[in-house]
Design a protein. Sequence first.
Length: 134
Amino acid sequence: MWWSRCPRWPATVNAAVDHLLCEMNDEEKRRVRGMSERDFFQSQNGRASSLRTLFGLLQGNKALLKSCGSGDMHPDTAAHILLQALWKRLQSPPARESLAAALGNVSLRGTLQSPPARESLEPASPVSTGAYRS
């Protein structure tokens, strides 16, 4: 199973998904990334039940239920929302890659790439530009 006991109940969907992702190894994450949403849910026999217990959905974790959509939501619905959020998070590019793409000068491996070549990074001599007078 992916997850172990949760010392404190998460109060938000994001916190719950963060916990689940920390419990998954890289191979499990790769496998889920390669699944369609339908295949993912079909492979989750019994996992929703585990989530209800793990995150206190049956024991009154109203904050997480509210984050899922309603404090009065049925725990099964909330567990489904959590699994869907996990699947969606794994389908999105990792944050590091998103940042690299946004910055444009960082490789996907996290190392800096050389900036575009410029003719000269040295400022022109003050004498040649006439910026200073003696």
